[in-house]
Structures are given as C-alpha cells and as structure tokens.
Design a protein around this ligand. Structure first.
Ligand code: ATP
Length: 241
C-alpha cells in the first residue's frame, strides 16, 4: 500500500536520510528502530510532507507518487502523521481536537461514523469530550493525538515515539489500541525507542543508522538478532548486583 524507494533528505549540508526503501501494507504494524539522531523523525516527516525529499525519491501510496505533493494532499491520499510531541491544541477540548482531524475531504462524509469508531477505541476520550486537553495526562493526550489522526480515516498511520514520556501502564494501553487499529485494516508505521514493547506488537521492522536502513525482518527475527539485542534490547548491559 505504501512503498518508499530511494528516499534521501538533507538539512543544509547534513544528509539525514540516504536512499531509504521500505514498505507498509494494510493491516500491519511496521516499526523503525534506531538511536537518537538516526533519522527516524526525518523519515516520517519526509513521508508526511514536512521535509522535502531529495530528487529521485518515490513515495507511492496506492499507486500514486506523493514525493513532491503538499502535506494536505498526502493526508487526502490516506496518510496521517501523529508527530513527536503530539501536535494537539491544549487550549481546545477533546472534541474540538478530534474534529480538526475530520477536516480532510476524504473524511467529511464519514465524520460521524469516524468519531464513533475513534470513541469506541478510546472509551476514556468519550467520557471527556468537553475536557480541555492541556488538563489531561500525557497518555490521554497521546490518545487525543492518535484519535485526531484516525479522524481522517487514514489507510496508513505514521506515529513518532508515541510512548515518549508515558508511564508503563499508559504506553501498554496505547500499544494495545494500536493492535486494534491494525485489526481494522490500517497500516501503521511506528518510530520507537522502546524496542522491546514495540517489537511485541509489530509484524515487521527496519533498523536505521545514520540515515540508512541497515537491517530488516519480522519482529520475531529482529527480537532474536544478537545485534538488535545489544543495541536496542539492553542485552549485555551491566546488571546491578
Ligand atoms: P530522535 O530520536 O532524537 O528524535 P531521530 O532518529 O528521530 O532522533 P532525526 O530527528 O530525524 O533523528 O534527525 C536526524 C539527523 O538530522 C540528526 O543528526 C539531527 O541532528 C538532524 N536534524 C534533524 N532536524 C534538523 C533540522 N531541522 N535542522 C538541521 N538538522 C536537523
């Protein structure tokens, strides 16, 4: 459904992505693992339209090349990004934030049905539709951000570090919800530093180092890979006592 080829991007002289290739199909969770500064955020921004890819990139969604189209057309094509830091409006209510996500043309006709399915996914939000978002916990705010993205009825959801700053109970709940989004047929591209938890829910993954994809496999293959265990799963670290 989403196919990325030869995706490079730079900030001035600094090459942040180099010839990245990956794909995400309907109904699967694909995780991108990489250290700080490896290029994960840049990768999601380049797909979502926030960073301009270098010439020659192909970002093909359901057969249409989006490499040079504007961010709102990317949303219309079925890709929704939940950015790092969530990008929600703290002074607005839960309902107002969700309705902002219903603005794309592709979502307008189905607005009521989309709202019902988002609230079914996030019962906590349905109890708090009138609450101002800044008064909510980090986990609840992350749910609002994901809910807003889902209001555009995306085929592919891009998520940048959804577990960041959340308590273990909260991120487990958020990850559990992602498995239900997958079950509804949406493809998910997930950037995470929490490798252990994200490999538990992912179907496949890619490793990114210094802007390049250096490994790929099923979640089970990656979890069993000694290099992945050393770099991302804490194997070989000194243990207290
Ligand atoms: P993190 O997990 O720390 O967010 P990341 O893997 O998401 O890291 P990116 O944020 O994509 O990494 O950054 C990739 C590289 O590009 C880094 O070297 C970073 O310093 C650089 N970079 C990111 N944004 C900019 C910017 N706006 N201007 C210049 N350089 C940038």
């Amino acid at each position: 459904m989403l196919e990325v080829k030869n995706l490079s991007a730079s900030y001035g002289q600094h090459r942040a992505l180099e010839s990245v290739a990956l794909d995400v199909r309907a109904g699967e969770i694909v995780v991108i693992l990489g250290a700080n500064g490896a290029g994960k955020t840049t990768l999601l921004k380049a797909i979502g339209g926030g960073v301009r890819p270098a010439p020659g990139a192909r970002i093909v969604m359901n057969g249409r090349d989006l490499a040079m189209v504007k961010p709102h057309d990317i949303v219309e094509a079925g890709i929704a990004l939940v950015p790092e830091g969530r990008g929600i409006f703290g002074e607005l209510t839960v309902r107002e934030n969700l309705m902002l996500g219903a603005f794309p043309k592709r979502a307008r006709a189905g607005e009521a049905a989309n709202l019902a399915s988002v609230l079914a996914l996030f019962p906590r939000l349905s109890e708090r539709l009138a609450q101002t978002v800044r008064t909510m916990s980090g986990g609840e705010q992350q749910m609002v951000a994901i809910g807003r993205a889902l209001m555009s009825a995306p085929d592919i959801l891009l998520l940048d570090e959804p577990s960041l700053g959340l308590s273990p109970i909260m991120y487990k709940e958020v990850f559990q919800i992602l498995t239900r989004v997958r079950a509804a047929g949406t493809g998910i591209l997930l950037v995470e530093q929490n490798a252990k938890q994200s490999l538990k829910i992912a179907d496949r993954g890619y490793l990114i180092e210094q802007g390049r994809i250096v490994g790929a496999g099923t979640a089970a293959e990656l979890a069993a890979d000694p290099a992945v265990q050393r770099a991302y799963l804490g194997a070989g670290e000194a243990r207290p006592g």
